[in-house]
Design a protein around this ligand. Structure first.
Ligand code: ZN
Length: 129
């Protein structure tokens, strides 16, 4: 019976495969590492901290099937790509995920104008301003 060593090739040759490039050298990474949180995210997070202080604990959009107090998000008056200044991020209604993005004819699916109207209306109807 022939016993093969795991340190040898099966044919008995101890020489490494000539096409073996040898140990890998990992590619150099940028010294600063990955930019985990961008500037825009910082602006959004700061705005959300302010908005959260309003203490609104329910959906202000209230479409059919609304989740009411679950899955709450901030629905802005304009689509995300039009949020430019820090103040833009503060114009937002509390919306459950359903009313924001999931419901048939949810506010994200509507026209810019209608989305803005609904969000601004919800903000105006707030008891706590
Ligand atoms: Zn809702």
């Amino acid at each position: 019976m022939v016993v093969f060593s795991i340190f040898e090739h099966v044919d008995g040759c101890p020489v490494p495969n000539p096409s073996d490039p040898g140990p890998r050298t990992p590619p150099r990474r940028a010294r600063k590492g990955l930019n985990r949180v961008g500037k825009r995210t910082m602006v959004r997070m700061a705005a959300n901290r302010k908005l959260n202080k309003l203490g609104i604990d329910h959906c202000e959009i209230k479409l059919k099937g609304c989740w009411k107090r679950s899955g709450l998000t901030w629905a802005h008056s304009v689509k995300s790509r039009f949020l430019v200044t820090p103040e833009d991020f503060l114009v937002a209604a509390r919306a459950c995920k359903w009313c924001h993005t999931m419901a048939p004819n949810c506010i994200e699916d509507r026209s810019h104008a209608e989305m803005k109207r609904i969000v601004l209306e919800a903000i105006q109807n707030r008891k706590t301003q």
